[in-house]
Design a protein around this ligand. Structure first.
Ligand code: AHR
Length: 307
């Protein structure tokens, strides 16, 4: 069933390739760049014709892109929703047009899960918990307060909501852990630097920075050095992603711990897309496998890092 255009070749050119419309969040981070490359490379390898659209971190652009994919009668739509809410209408439009939708990387909060076939991506709550657990272990003998500042990801995004929640859930076990400031840095290096500068001005005694991604952490390192402090020593830093620049900073001792979030979703996405278009049932949720890195582990892993 579905869109016969791709198999009968009646859409011009006689191509029988599966056509995927992919709406990407943007190019806000090293993670995102690696994710885009993974999707594009995997489409090529899988013989999938990819219609790629960059939303520049704006939901309205993603909605426009999805509507345009519907109009073009693609076989399958995949997208990484910039924020969690506000997708029901456009997802219903895709459903009415009988075009299957796959969520990649980020979730939507629509109660109607029939609006998408599957959700492929990380468990962001778990990532936040791993970050919190490292802190709890690291400071287990500390008697005084541990003052934490938090750089959140894009406001309303699944990774920002979930990482914040997972982290808070673990550190609440001990009241000595105090989140003294928490603001969005929009997952970018520039915003991470800017917000960290403000944190440093208004908080004399910061022990720990928890940044929801490497890029914000890397921006914050510049702010910390600019304030005459030593990142990784005066202020301990935990980040999420494990992209190359982050891993380098970890190996150099400027970051203390990184929780991995894998951007290499392309191969699994193409696999799922083929199954979904063929009418096969797939798992509602496919969770990405990931690990964590200490400074020592980063030194070892660095040379074999693909992104
Ligand atoms: O949704 C995944 C997050 O988005 C990554 O952790 C972050 O770097 C990216 O911008």
């Amino acid at each position: 069933g579905g869109s016969t255009g791709a198999t009968t070749g009646d859409s011009g050119g006689g191509s029988d390739k599966l056509v995927m419309g992919f709406s990407q969040v943007g190019a806000e981070s090293g993670w995102r760049t690696a994710n885009t490359k993974s999707v594009q490379d995997s489409a090529k390898n899988a013989g999938v014709e990819l219609k790629f659209s960059d939303a520049q971190q704006k939901q309205e652009n993603q909605i426009k892109a999805i509507r345009s994919f519907i109009q073009q009668k693609v076989d399958v739509i995949a997208f990484s929703p910039v924020v969690e809410s506000g997708w029901d209408t456009v997802l219903k439009e895709a459903q009415t047009a009988k075009i299957p939708v796959i969520l990649t990387d980020r979730a939507v909060d629509s109660p109607d899960t029939s609006l998408y076939k599957t959700f492929l991506g990380s468990d962001f709550v778990e990532e936040g918990k791993k970050a919190g657990q490292w802190l709890v272990d690291q400071y287990k003998d500390e008697k005084g307060d541990v003052n934490i500042v938090e750089l959140q990801g894009t406001t309303g995004s699944a990774p920002a909501n979930d990482r914040k929640a997972g982290f808070a859930d673990v550190i609440k076990a001990d009241p000595k852990f105090k989140v003294v400031a928490s603001q969005t840095g929009d997952f970018t290096r520039a915003k991470g630097k800017e917000v960290m500068e403000a944190f440093l001005k208004s908080n004399a005694d910061i022990d720990v920075l928890f940044a929801h991604n490497d890029d914000m952490g890397l921006g914050a390192i510049e702010a910390i050095e600019g304030a005459g402090k030593v990142p990784g020593k005066d202020i301990k830093i935990i980040t999420i992603d494990a992209v190359k620049d982050g891993m380098q900073a970890l190996a150099d001792g400027k970051i203390n711990y990184i929780v991995e979030c894998s951007p290499l979703l392309g191969p699994q996405l193409m696999d799922l897309a083929k199954k979904v278009v063929a009418g096969e049932t797939v798992e509602q949720r496919v969770v990405t496998q990931e690990t964590t890195f200490t400074q020592e582990q980063a030194k070892e892993a660095l040379s074999s890092r693909q992104y």
